[in-house]
Write a new protein. Structure first.
Length: 438
């Protein structure tokens, strides 16, 4: 006799229990993976230029370090294609366990890479390879975590709120990463550049064990179980979604420009700009970004909830417009070098981002049918890393090196916002539509 999970039929109490477990598993697992990814981002701005490119001019070294950093973003669409295929073929759960292991091992190994003084340029080569593996892992993570939560939701009115909880993993991961770096800085002091920065990478192995334990205990989503029961699983989902939904993939990638590019300026490039250009304290910047992450704990689910009430596109486009304006205020406040004003700029910087990031999971995932959803949502989401997230710190560093001013960076942020507004306006809004049976 088939089990209730195999038939896709669960009583209401059991369904609610599985929904809670899926939301927790998605949120915690995503937090752990983003801890790994953001840890690399934070350390790039603080350490890697000096440790792995010591013979370069400081600005050139920063460009080289962010070039290695960008490799992780180049790999993310590859991870989206690989795990999108298996997530739509074999299930959301199996793909998520694989991404967690891949990401964790790569992050742990970063701690063991010797500096330029030990193995020369091979240190940067090893970093590049491990960053690429990180990118593949995180490229497959997001789509599965979102679907794990959203596909357990029965009510059309709560998908935005439920799908926002895996998004909650981003500020949680950012918070943990900056907290770990701050703690390592306090422990190691003047030895931070020598060995202190390696501690947070070593700690990632403990977090991976926790995430793996949680994810092994969850059930497959009802949507995928139904697809299997009805024999509607696509044999080549990536090819199918590229063939049937190219417009949605392109638009969901472009709609992230205002969210993705400024986010990595506000959370990664700020360390290079703040310490190198403004001569601000490393620990002060880390603490300010911690404050921004803590505020996001509240704002991401809040804006996900508001998208259920007001519509995904309305909330999302308001965030995109506000981001374009905030870029000017952000750098103006940073350039004052007044501690209080700098702290306000950094702490508030993620609010416009969260207005987009809260509704974003549902906005993107709802744009694709269930049998192609892991592949389509992952590709749309991760392709933006090629055009926004990865190049953003590199573009900002290049603009700063040439013009010695943040003004061109603010124009770059505004351009990203305008692109997002146009792309989001062309997406269909599925806020109140039933997508459980597609």
């Amino acid at each position: 006799m088939a089990s209730s999970q195999e038939t896709g039929i669960l009583d209401e109490a059991e369904h609610r229990r599985q929904l809670r477990r899926a939301v927790v598993a998605g949120g915690i697992g995503t937090a752990i993976e983003w801890y790994d990814f953001f840890l690399y981002s934070t350390i790039t701005g603080l350490v890697f230029a000096r440790l792995y490119f010591p013979q370069s001019d400081p600005f050139v070294g920063t460009l080289e370090a962010f070039g290695v950093y960008a490799v992780g973003f180049l790999a993310r669409p590859i991870g989206a294609a690989i795990f999108g295929h298996y997530g739509d073929r074999l299930g959301r759960k199996a793909a998520l366990i694989a991404t967690l292991l891949l990401m964790g091992v790569a992050t742990f190994l970063v701690a063991l890479v010797p500096g330029y003084d030990r193995i020369g340029i091979w240190g940067a080569v090893l970093l590049t390879f491990l960053r690429f593996i990180q990118g593949i892992g995180v490229g497959g993570e997001w789509g599965g975590s979102v679907l794990l939560s959203m596909e357990w939701a029965r009510s059309n009115q709560h998908r935005g709120f439920i799908a926002s909880w895996p998004q909650f993993g981003v500020p949680a991961g950012l918070f943990l990463a900056n907290l770990a770096v701050l703690g390592a800085s306090a422990i190691s002091g003047d030895q931070f550049l020598t060995w202190g920065w390696r501690i947070p990478f070593l700690l990632s192995i403990v977090l991976i064990a926790v995430g793996l334990y949680i994810r092994l205990g969850i059930l497959e989503t009802p949507v995928f179980v139904r697809l299997v029961a009805e024999r509607r699983v696509e044999r080549a989902p990536v090819a199918a979604v590229l063939r049937s939904h190219p417009r949605e993939i392109l638009l969901t990638a472009l709609c992230r420009m205002a969210e993705q590019a400024p986010f990595y300026l506000f959370t990664a490039f700020v360390f290079a700009y703040g310490t190198g250009m403004l001569h601000l304290s490393r620990d002060f910047l880390l603490t300010a970004v911690l404050g921004a992450a803590m505020l996001s704990f509240l704002s991401i689910p809040l804006f996900g909830h508001l998208s259920d009430r007001l519509g995904r596109k309305k909330v999302y486009m308001a965030g995109a417009a506000l981001t374009g304006v905030y870029g000017f205020a952000y750098f103006a406040l940073l350039d004052t070098r007044v501690a209080g004003l700098v702290a306000v700029a950094i702490v508030l910087s993620l609010i416009p981002h969260d207005m987009m990031y809260g509704p974003q999971a549902a906005l993107i995932a709802e744009s694709f049918p269930g049998r192609l959803r892991y592949s389509g949502a992952s590709l749309g989401y991760q392709l933006s890393s090629l055009i926004a997230g990865g190049p953003a710190p590199l573009i900002a560093a290049a603009l700063l090196s040439r013009y010695h001013s943040a003004a061109p960076i603010t124009i770059f942020i505004l351009a990203c916002s305008l692109i997002s507004l146009a792309a989001t306006a062309m997406l269909e809004d599925y806020t109140n539509k039933d997508i459980s049976g597609d």
